[in-house]
Ligand binder design. Structure first.
Ligand code: SF4
Length: 204
């Protein structure tokens, strides 16, 4: 993620994102969903893409998955106000099933196209740690498709950026077919985020 050109300001990023046509996803989405949170955060959380409710509200993580995320964060005493939260892809990708808009995973080319914005956010924030929520975030961060199960539970070093931790996207918890699965995924996410927080505390 290195880049020698000067990073734009937060205002310039927001403004440019509202006019971005780098890939076709802007065409069907209601609006772009920029990252939000503390610009002094030592950590950047990266999700996949806005969902149906985020697309309508214009804010990240305000739908059902966002509620799960807030719950996990609250359970380990990490206020959302202290972090910066964004998505790998800034427009909602979906297909229609009748009136319903059904989430579609962004293609690797779309993740690559949108990576420039994540790079700008990263360069401005200069976080000490990145938390990748799900496989698409890992792809955006590393440029490689990787299995989340193999990455969880450790701090990973990247050549060009600060270390990262990979954990489940909160929607993965919601997708579990039963309560046992949900509990397991929830606890795994709690463990990963606790590890991330401990790492930041030790590094401060
Ligand atoms: S998804 Fe990203 S690259 Fe594609 S149009 Fe939206 S902001 Fe631009």
């Amino acid at each position: 993620m290195s880049d020698s050109s000067p990073a734009p300001s937060w205002e310039q990023i927001t403004d440019s994102l509202h006019h971005c046509t780098r890939c076709s996803l802007y065409k069907n989405a209601t609006q772009v969903v920029c990252g939000e949170g503390s610009h002094h955060s030592p950590v950047i959380f990266v999700g996949e893409q806005p969902g149906d409710q985020e697309d309508l509200a214009g804010r990240p993580f305000v739908g059902p998955a966002g509620k799960v995320f807030d719950e996990v964060m609250a359970s380990i005493g990490w206020p959302r106000e202290e972090i910066y939260l964004t998505n790998a892809v800034k427009h909602f990708k979906f297909y229609l099933q009748g009136q319903r808009r059904i989430h579609q995973t962004p293609a690797p080319e779309e993740v690559e196209c949108c990576r420039i914005w994540l790079r700008h956010e990263w360069r401005l924030l200069k976080p000490r740690l990145t938390v990748a929520l799900g496989a698409t975030a890992v792809l955006a961060l590393t440029g490689k498709k990787q299995t989340l199960g193999a990455l969880r539970g450790r701090i990973h070093k990247l050549k060009e950026t600060a270390p990262f931790v990979a954990t489940y996207h909160p929607s993965y918890i919601l997708r579990q077919p039963n309560e046992e699965g949900r509990q397991k995924a929830y606890q795994a996410m709690q463990q990963d985020l606790t590890m991330a927080r401990e790492f930041l505390k030790a590094a401060s």
